[in-house]
Structures are given as structure tokens and as C-alpha cells.
Design a protein around this ligand. Structure first.
Ligand SMILES: NC(=O)c1ccc[n+]([C@@H]2O[C@H](COP(=O)([O-])OP(=O)(O)OC[C@H]3O[C@@H](n4cnc5c(N)ncnc54)[C@H](OP(=O)(O)O)[C@@H]3O)[C@@H](O)[C@H]2O)c1
Length: 342
């Protein structure tokens, strides 16, 4: 019956506080490499899996979010790049490379195939379909152009700037003719921002005793656009430094996701004084722009106008530690897990 062992990462329990490797566990099951007849499903071999901060939100028992929690005892779900092994869906055939929401395991049976994409551009690293050309890259694209409404010459600040989303926001802002400063949590990341990713300036926020003073140093005339990936005290400091009619794109609050309750923001009165527009967004609200995003980013990449940094860990066993590492800043660039070779 073509049954093979299948290593899987299960959610052992809901996480409290900063997620820990012990919230997850490795188990070995068995899987048939044949799709059940008449199911319309596909059976995929997972090649690359993505670690994304939003997944922390699915590790708690909360049903009011835009996406439901994981189920304790079940396989963790995340974005993946996969090869079709067997298919009962006429659109997919064995050997196709595809990306979509899969399981943290070696093989997955996919019953809902509608949200999946075939990978067409094979001269770009496959794993980039989880980062540069995947959900985080699209978040940068939609957030920067649609939410920030940038103008040439404006001053842009990006937090978690060397990460999956931030590194592309900064590069798009530079291509748009903006002055760009990024913050990150280590010297190595700051060096990457300045020397590889083309940011005008960068600083290590962990070495700044006063974030307000740090932002005043880099933006003496103020910030036009703040692309916020972290929330908390950085958001508060940015509010104090915005220019008239500035825009804040609230993309994520990674500094807050593991806290029992979020820290208060004290400087919201700046929204009135400076007539700032502060807008939260989800990349999924802009999916109609995905084709133009793909076309433009591939063109920039092939022309050498943008680069992309990945942090690749090896083997499904590395998934829990790679995921946990997102919350201490261990990842340098987009965190991906290589489960199997192409
Ligand atoms: N709205 C949307 O549709 C959407 C879509 C995708 C992602 N997001 C959000 O975008 C943000 C960035 O995601 P990503 O995938 O690009 O992640 P990432 O930046 O690749 O990885 C997370 C980074 O966050 C930083 N970090 C972790 N804990 C922190 C803390 N307590 N305070 C400050 N920084 C902290 C670390 O970098 P440092 O070493 O620099 O601290 C870490 O490397 C996240 O908030 C995520 O939830 C939103």
C-alpha cells in the first residue's frame, strides 16, 4: 500500500509566554503515498517549510482572531513549498512544485487545494516562494505601496528590518527614492542592513537606552512612514517622531505576542497633533495584487535590484527550535526549514 514513515511536529500544548520547544513534539506516523480514491485531494512531499511569527497566535486558545488556533496533539500547519506525489485533482499532477498551507511533516494529504499555487518560475530558489515571493514578501509589497502610500524623497523607518518582511520593505523604499533607516537586534543584522540590503542607516535597538533619542538622531526632521513590525515601546517612540501627515503601517507586534497583556501606548495623541494615519492591515486583504507583486519582484530580483537573505535550518527535527528562535531574534533573514532536497 506504499506506506512510508512520516516524521511530524505536533503541538503538544498551548504556549504560555514566549513559545518553547517543549510546546511542540516530534512524532513518527505512517502515511500512504496514494491519495484516497475519489477524494479530490493531493499528496505532497514537503520540501521547505516556513517559520512565521503569526503562528505564535495559533498556539493559544483564542478563537477571536482572523485564523483559528492549532489543535493540541495535531500537526502544526504552516506555509510550505512541496512536490506533488499523487493527485486526484485534475489541476495538479505528480512532480508539480506547488506552495500553500501544509503540515509540519514530511508528507501531507491536502484536501483543500483551492488556495495553492503552482510554482512557475524555476530559475529562482524554490525556498524564496516562502519569503521573497511568498506571504512575507507580499506583506512588504502590499503594506508599503498600499498602506504607506509612499512618495519619493520621504523618510522611512522599518523595525525588525532584517527579517522576512522588513528586509524587502527597506529595499522597496530605497527603489522608490526614500531615505530608509532600519532597527534590528544585533550588530551583525545592523551590518547586513547597511552593507548588503542598502539601508541608509541602521541601529541596534537593544543598545539604545532611549529610543526616542535614537530616532531623533536618525530622523532630525521626523519620520514620514513607519513600517511597524514590533509594536510596544518602539511604536511609542516612533509616534513621538512622526512628521505632519505621516503614515504608520501596523504590520505586526512581535514584541507583544507572547505577553499576557500588551504594554500600553502612551503617545497616541500624536495622531491628532501631527494628523498621522495609523492603519493595521493583513496581507490577505490585498491578494488581488499578488500577480503584479510576483511580476515586479521577479523583475527586480533578476535585474539585481533586490537581494534576499534566508536563514535555512536542516531537517524537520529543527522546526521547533527554528520557530522559537524568531522570538529571541536568532534568525538572520527569513527563517526556512529544509525538509527534503528538491
Ligand atoms: N499583517 C500581516 O499580514 C503580516 C504578514 C506577515 C508578517 N507580519 C508581521 O510582520 C512582523 C515581521 O514578521 P517576519 O516574518 O518578517 O519576522 P522576522 O522579522 O523574520 O522574525 C522576527 C524578528 O522579530 C524580532 N523580534 C523578536 N522578538 C522581538 C521583541 N520582543 N522586540 C522587538 N523585536 C523582536 C527579531 O529581530 P531582531 O533581532 O531585530 O529583534 C526577530 O528576528 C511580525 O510582527 C509578523 O507578525 C504581518
Amino acid at each position: 500500500m506504499d506506506m512510508v514513515p512520516n516524521k511530524r511536529i505536533l503541538l503538544r500544548q498551548f504556549a504560555t509566554g514566549t513559545p518553547d520547544e517543549t510546546d511542540m513534539e516530534l512524532s513518527v506516523g505512517k502515511v500512504s503515498l496514494r491519495v484516497p480514491p475519489g477524494s479530490g485531494a493531493i499528496l505532497v512531499k514537503n520540501l521547505y517549510l516556513s517559520c512565521d511569527p503569526y503562528m505564535r497566535g495559533r498556539m493559544r486558545e483564542y478563537y477571536g482572531s482572523y485564523i483559528p488556533p492549532f489543535v493540541p496533539g495535531s500537526v502544526i500547519e504552516g506555509f510550505g513549498v512541496c512536490k506533488v506525489v499523487d493527485s486526484e485533482d485534475p489541476y495538479y499532477k505528480p512532480g508539480d512544485l506547488i506552495s500553500g498551507l501544509t503540515g509540519w511533516e514530511e508528507y501531507s494529504l491536502i484536501e483543500q487545494t483551492k488556495q495553492w499555487r503552482k510554482i512557475q518560475f524555476e530559475d529562482i530558489p524554490l525556498s524564496y516562494h516562502l519569503g521573497l515571493l511568498g506571504m512575507p514578501g507580499f506583506t512588504a509589497y502590499a503594506g508599503f505601496y498600499e498602506v504607506c502610500a509612499p512618495k519619493k524623497g520621504e523618510s522611512v523607518f522599518v523595525s525588525a528590518a532584517s527579517g522576512a518582511v522588513g528586509q524587502l520593505v527597506g529595499q522597496l523604499a530605497k527603489l522608490h527614492g526614500c531615505f530608509v533607516v532600519g532597527s534590528a537586534g544585533t550588530k551583525q543584522k545592523v551590518d547586513l542592513l547597511k552593507n548588503k540590503l542598502g539601508f541608509d542607516e541602521a541601529f541596534n535597538y537593544k543598545e539604545e537606552p532611549n529610543l526616542d533619542a535614537a530616532l531623533k538622531r536618525y530622523f532630525p526632521l521626523g519620520i514620514d512612514i513607519y513600517f511597524d513590525n514590533v509594536g510596544g515601546v518602539m511604536l511609542d517612540a516612533a509616534l513621538l517622531n512622526m512628521r505632519l501627515f505621516g503614515r504608520i503601517a501596523v504590520c505586526g507586534m512581535v514584541s507583544q505576542t507572547s505577553l499576557p497583556s500588551s504594554v500600553g501606548i502612551h503617545n497616541l495623541n500624536m495622531l491628532i497633533f501631527k494628523r498621522i494615519r495609523m492603519q493595521g492591515f493583513l496581507q490577505s486583504d490585498y491578494l488581488h495584487l499578488f500577480p503584479e507583486f510576483t511580476e515586479k519582484i521577479i523583475e527586480y530580483y533578476k535585474q539585481g535590484k533586490i537581494v534576499y537573505i534566508e536563514d535555512m535550518s536542516e531537517g524537520i527535527e529543527s522546526a521547533p527550535s527554528s520557530f522559537v528562535g524568531l522570538f529571541s531574534g536568532k534568525n538572520i533573514g527569513k527563517q526556512v526549514i529544509r525538509v527534503a532536497s528538491e
